[in-house]
Ligand binder design. Structure first.
Ligand SMILES: [Zn+2]
Length: 209
């Protein structure tokens, strides 16, 4: 990490459309959530940023002062720790909400039965133990499956359908969920989150160590 003074800020105008999200941590460095740059600027202005850990600084240009004629500018780091109560252990082990988008991301868009890679539109949420046989809609019982595999499996377990599961489902942790839920992660943010991934995460294979 470079000292603050020699990091080169990148310029962002409030009118620019694609702005990165800022990764927030608790004071102990546990990943917390993504916030918008406006939210990050709010933390800075209220003196709530305990420390920063990113390699990127973003300078956001504001309006021009009528009194001085100078343009206001605020700088935010790509990874910031927020002062205040540390996150409770409960919030760190909180199960991320299950949605198709995050499920397909967790499974890297690979069908759990044929191993093919598919677009979101050709994937479905398969219940390993079918709902009709008492299976529930939880991370540990769902995998991504292509439409034809899901149809072939129908209301049967993999054993009943004689369809081998190519990988086992698992519950993503907070860091993995943060990776899954942001399409525009900066390299330093990805590096940081990759250090908090669960051992079985398939994202470990693509994330830099
Ligand atoms: Zn398939």
């Amino acid at each position: 990490m470079l000292p603050h003074a020699i990091r080169k800020p990148e310029l962002y105008s409030p009118h620019r459309s694609r702005r990165p999200l800022i990764l927030t941590l608790d004071v102990h460095g546990q990943p917390h959530r993504w916030v918008t740059w406006q939210h990050a600027i709010f933390y800075y202005s209220k003196n709530l940023v305990a420390w920063d850990a990113g390699e990127h600084c973003f300078t956001f240009l504001g309006g021009t002062s009528r009194l001085t004629g100078s343009r206001s500018a605020l700088t935010a780091n790509s990874i910031i720790a927020i002062k205040g109560r540390a996150l409770s252990a409960r919030s760190l082990i909180q199960t991320p909400p299950l949605s198709n988008r995050e499920l397909f991301h967790r499974d890297r868009h690979v069908c759990a039965y044929c191993g093919g890679e598919f677009s979101v539109h050709r994937l479905t949420r398969d219940h390993v133990l079918p709902v009709s046989q008492g299976g529930t809609d939880i991370w540990m019982n769902v995998v991504a499956a292509c439409r034809s595999c899901n149809q072939r499996k129908a209301g049967r377990t993999p054993e009943q359908a004689r369809m081998l599961l190519l990988y086992a489902p698992y519950v993503p942790n907070k860091a993995e969920y943060l990776i899954l839920s942001n399409r525009n992660i900066l390299a330093d943010q990805m590096d940081f989150l990759a250090r908090h991934l669960p051992a079985q995460s398939r994202w470990r294979q693509v994330a830099p160590a």
